[in-house]
Design a protein. Structure first.
Length: 40
């Protein structure tokens, strides 16, 4: 039971990190697109 709770916590932490990385990656893509538009 304790192991299961630990696994759930790990899963939520991993999910949070993935979501955070995707969130920042989205901004990086927007910045790259804006820079590309600025060059053209």
């Amino acid at each position: 039971m304790i192991m299961l709770v630990g696994d759930l916590q790990n899963a939520s932490v991993i999910t949070f990190h993935i979501a955070k990385n995707l969130y920042f990656a989205k901004f990086e893509v927007i910045i790259i697109i804006c820079e590309t538009i600025t060059y053209f």
